[in-house]
Design a protein around this ligand. Structure first.
Ligand code: GLN
Length: 441
């Protein structure tokens, strides 16, 4: 029988770690739930507000379930609540949320990663829990690595995006985060599959959970810029893999150097069009001040209710798409994206997966984050952005610990080969012991 949190226990945990934007008072009051799960706040669900961490969506109660939520509920899942996140997914530390900042399960002075920070922390703190996360440019891998859990980002199109509040439509993927690969294996088949309501969900090869990893490719470009702790843990993990009979091959992927700029041009371009629908008239916070021109009317709401990072991204994305600049930035970024895909495909001719650390450092402290400039924050994603640009499935698993904080590594497999990643994680878990935060139950 799986563990179900009681009202008092969950309340205490949530107050300490700021996990949820909204949640059930007492999960034990609901009979019939066979397992519990949570959903990132940008996935719509009946009975809860969906605000994507943003003030502008305050009060928005969707009258429907996003497809992955619907499928989990139909299969006996009890939705515990909506997890905290960076506004619309804009960030890597979950510090850009309008509803409190989630705190790391291993050290509350440190962040959870982002943007699915609440999801990864919930999966780390609550036994037998599975969290729905969303990744546009690393938002499943990054927090999974910082919170010491397993995070799977499926192939783009594998899981329906219907009911997901868009960030960047050509990049957004719904995935799963949990303590071990077992839960992911169990629930991926439930949420995967085509959905006629989402035109980007694809007719897809059947999900095969088997697979084998004999050779891993480690790009030279991913071994620079790492903190000593992460470099040490990753090299140790490579030695463990070699001892278990896996061939580690050094490879070169020159285009990885351009992934950050490519991602931030494409993602902000798409975001800047998506955010145009929030204007104080349709969803969430309403602007009742009709006694003004429409420019002022829209500016009013947006100036007040979008956070600083959302505004920065609207400016950046609008600029990259503007006539006169579009070819230089947006179109160029699309071309580089293709080159990055080709680089992965080339390496995958000889290797089953591409393996790198997930993040270049362990979860930073909040005072360190305060001192970081936006570009330094973006730069932290240089290992998680590349696979997201390709639409290839990837998985972050814990591979070491330093000063009590977890370190993750990220494996990327060819399109539709989630099974390869799951079997890689299964065999890794057979010999490497994960640590979880101590929470009295
Ligand atoms: N950190 C990246 C960003 O801010 C990725 C976030 C995401 O995947 N939603 O865009």
């Amino acid at each position: 029988m799986s563990f179900f949190p009681s009202a008092a226990w969950l309340k205490e945990l949530d107050e300490k770690h700021q996990l949820f934007t909204e949640r059930l008072e007492d999960p034990l009051a609901f009979e019939g739930g066979q397992f519990h799960f949570s959903a990132k706040d940008n996935l719509c669900a009946r009975d809860f507000q969906a605000r994507a961490g943003s003030l502008i969506l305050k009060g928005y109660r969707p009258p429907f379930d996003a497809t992955p939520i619907k499928r989990l509920r139909e299969n006996g899942g009890l939705l515990l609540g909506k997890t905290n996140m960076d506004e619309y997914g804009f960030g890597s530390f979950s510090t850009n949320s309008a509803y409190g900042i989630p705190r790391n399960p291993f050290d509350i002075e440190r962040c959870c990663g982002g943007s699915s920070g609440g999801a990864a922390a919930t999966a780390s703190l609550i036994r037998d829990h599975v969290a729905l996360g969303v990744s546009t440019g690393g938002s499943i891998s990054c927090p999974s690595s910082f919170c010491g859990v397993v995070g799977l980002t499926p192939t783009y199109g594998r899981v329906s995006r219907w009911g997901l509040i868009d960030y960047g439509n050509s990049l957004d993927k719904v995935g799963l985060i949990s303590r071990t690969v077992r839960d992911i294996e169990q629930y991926l088949p439930v949420i995967a599959g085509p959905d006629h309501r989402d035109p980007t969900s694809q007719v897809q090869p059947p999900l095969d959970l088997r697979g084998e990893v004999r050779t891993v490719g480690v790009p030279e470009e991913a071994r620079t810029g790492l903190s000593p702790e992460v470099a040490g843990a990753f090299e140790e993990a490579l030695r463990d893999l070699q001892r278990s009979g896996i061939v580690v091959r050094e490879v070169r992927m020159p285009s990885l150097r351009f992934a950050i700029s490519t991602y931030y041009i494409l993602a902000t371009s798409e975001a800047s069009t998506n955010l145009a629908r929030y204007c104080g008239m349709r969803f969430g916070a309403m602007n009742e001040n009709f006694d003004q021109g429409f420019n002022d009317f829209f500016s009013d709401t947006r100036s007040r209710d979008f956070g600083t990072e959302a505004k920065r991204r609207i400016l950046l994305g609008t600029f990259s798409r503007m006539v006169g600049f579009r070819n230089k930035y947006y179109v160029k970024a699309l071309q580089v994206r293709k080159q990055i895909i080709r680089d992965y495909q080339k390496v995958m001719e000889d290797c089953d997966v591409v393996l790198t650390p997930t993040m270049p450092f362990v979860a930073p402290r909040f005072d360190e984050i305060e001192r970081m400039k936006p570009l330094e924050m973006y730069q932290a994603d240089y290992l998680t952005c590349p696979p997201n640009l390709t639409g290839m499935p990837h998985l972050s698993i814990p591979c070491g610990y330093a000063h009590g904080m977890p370190i993750g590594m990220q494996a990327v497999a060819p399109h539709w080969q989630e099974g390869t990643l799951l079997s890689f994680a299964r065999s890794w878990e057979g010999s490497f012991h994960y640590r979880f935060p101590e929470v009295a139950e």
